[in-house]
Design a protein around this ligand. Sequence first.
Ligand SMILES: Cc1ncc(COP(=O)(O)O)c(C=O)c1O
Length: 380
Amino acid sequence: MSRKINTNLLHSYPVNDKYTGAASIPKYQVTTFDQKNIYVDAQKYCYSRMGNPTLEALQEAIKQIENAEFAYVFSSGMAAVTTSLMLFKQGDHVIFPKEVYGGTYQFASKILPKYGISASFLDYRNIDLIKENIKENTRCIYIETPSNPLLKVSDIERIIALAKEHKLLTIADNTFMTPIYQKPLAMGCDIVVESLTKFINGHSDVLGGSLATNDEELAKEISLLHKNFGAVMGTEDAWLVLRSIKTLGLRLEKATSNAEQIAKYLINNPKIKNVYYPGLDSHENNDIHTKQASSGGAVLSFELFSEEERIAFLEKIKLPIFAISLGGVESIISHPATMSHACMSVSERAEQGISDNLLRLSCGIEDVDDLIEDLEQALK
Ligand SMILES: Cc1ncc(COP(=O)(O)O)c(C=O)c1O
């Protein structure tokens, strides 16, 4: 009998410590290991950057939720992203979605060129455009869907098919959906990136990232980068993420149910100009999203009609914290124009459809009636 998600999150990877039976994997808060007994099983560890039992337990958990054979955990989502991009070499070209996460955009546009790696940023809703931009030196199509902050959806299956046709690698940043709702590896993607900082840890108290793959050769290269680039995760952080993964299914269930109800509430509210939520039938490419993901997720964006209304709304809203980030147990509201997308010019933002009156809401696990009541009073 195949088990369901919440059972798997509690029982399908080493949840108990194999050395002591402790019901929570201990924090092996250590850098080095006495190697006098190097030949016995328990002596497989030598130095924590190369392997640590707490980090390995988390890697086992990530393999389980990603259905992956290999997984590595990093000190942040960006450490995972940049390590994956270090697989490329001088002269290579990588294609990114135009709305790729800001940190990835800066790394690809400002840092990769120093190492002779070029990048194109394209509108992935147009697959032909991606095809037209594949050059002789293109090595990878990087995927991120839905996008931030407008939740634009790109077709993972078609992009992977195009990449395979041209023998290109695919890397997917799956942070918004998490492997609970969207499984790029099962669709043939080569590497999946997650910022563990968001839903997977989910308590706004840890920075972390992961890479997962089913390809042994890629795993070897990632492993080499992991230990030598050295952006490995700290033990305490890995322990906190292990603790959080046990409730990932429950947290997501509540947060996405809240998002669905809030999206429906907002779309019928005359004070709201636009609502962007991939779970709404009216959302562009909702059919593609529904085909490749099992939920609309817990993040939505909405646009107010004027600056005055946006300022008044933000002054009045009480429950969500007003902050950068997403995926916490508490609802988080953010203003892309001055936060995540502040480094873009007004015209670049306008080109992507990000107006100054756009707000992004990452729904937490509060009682939805309280969230809607709060939105109602702030909109009034
Ligand atoms: C889609 C996406 N990928 C990667 C990252 C980077 O993650 P971190 O902040 O953990 O480095 C973020 C952060 O917001 C993100 O939203």
